[in-house]
Write a new protein. Sequence first.
Length: 91
Amino acid sequence: RTAKIWDSSTGECTKTLTGHGNAVCTAAYSPDGSQILTASWDRTAKMWDSSTGECTQTLTGQGNTVWSAVYSPDGSQIITTSADRTAKIWD
């Protein structure tokens, strides 16, 4: 239900991203590092501000668990994959 941001030099948790209704499957930074993208068993992907830890957008529409979510290399699109056997591209 949460994702955590850790300081790699100290090992301390610096932020906890709270808001999914079920387990988080994966998390990834945007190419510029300004956002974090999470995918969850709650059938959503969420975008988070990496500085504040606030959820900025929830992507809904997958029919089952969202297994993965990643940004395109230029950060302009997101692709999600789901247990419903679909992949979606989001602008």
